[in-house]
Write a protein that binds this ligand. Sequence first.
Ligand code: KIV
Length: 266
Amino acid sequence: MKKPTVGQIIQKKKQGEPIVILTAYDALWASLLRDSGVEIILVGDSVGMVLLGYETTTSVTMEEMIHHAKASRRGAPEAFLIGDMPFGSYHQTPQQSVANAFRFIREAGCDAVKIEWHSRVVEMVQAMVTAGIAVMGHVGLTPQTVSQLAGYKVQGRDPGRAKEILEGAMALEKAGCFSVVLECIPEQLAAEITRKLQVPTIGIGAGSEVDGQILVTQDLLGLFNRFVPRFVKRYANLREEAVKAIQTFRQEVEEKKFPSKEHVFT
Ligand code: KIV
């Protein structure tokens, strides 16, 4: 696998080639994605809910993200790795945003960072792009500011909010984002944004008229079961498989069936 460049990712839109992105949080999962031919990996702050047991993603810290991004890089040295900037790490000043984004690139070996929409995000993106950092935007349902959005709901069904999301995506492109994630918005709005932007749109719960799709890997494998958003398609039910295997191990130990001869040294 050869790492795609930002230019090649943008080119995929022009060539109508769908972009595939999945999440990884450590070396094991990043290597699984690499072995499956996934070239672009997001170390999402969803790690907070999927692996770390937090209620929301807002609890995730820079230190945790750097730790997970470093591990993911070790598992897939050839992937285009995007580090998700956690809540609070690009909200105060452009200097703070650039300093934290540099950590993803220098310490963790990421190729780009992702930021979610907030009212001052455009100036932060401009500063990061000026500093030479590739930035992916994220609009629509933005989990870091979910309390301002009245919960995990489809965004942009009313014309006012739809206009805000469209204008947000356009402002992020203008500020220099090389791609924009559209989360949980009506398909028609996603299609309109996709037509208006020169850079690729990556949908998650945004229908099929976008330039690429992203899902949380543990969602599509049926491992994470605290809640399953409607936009998630489960391609496997690994949680059930894992529980069955672990129960069998427990029973075999309790019944003294494990270890049997082939697992014993003499
Ligand atoms: O944190 C994450 O995993 C994300 C994707 C779902 C887009 O932001």
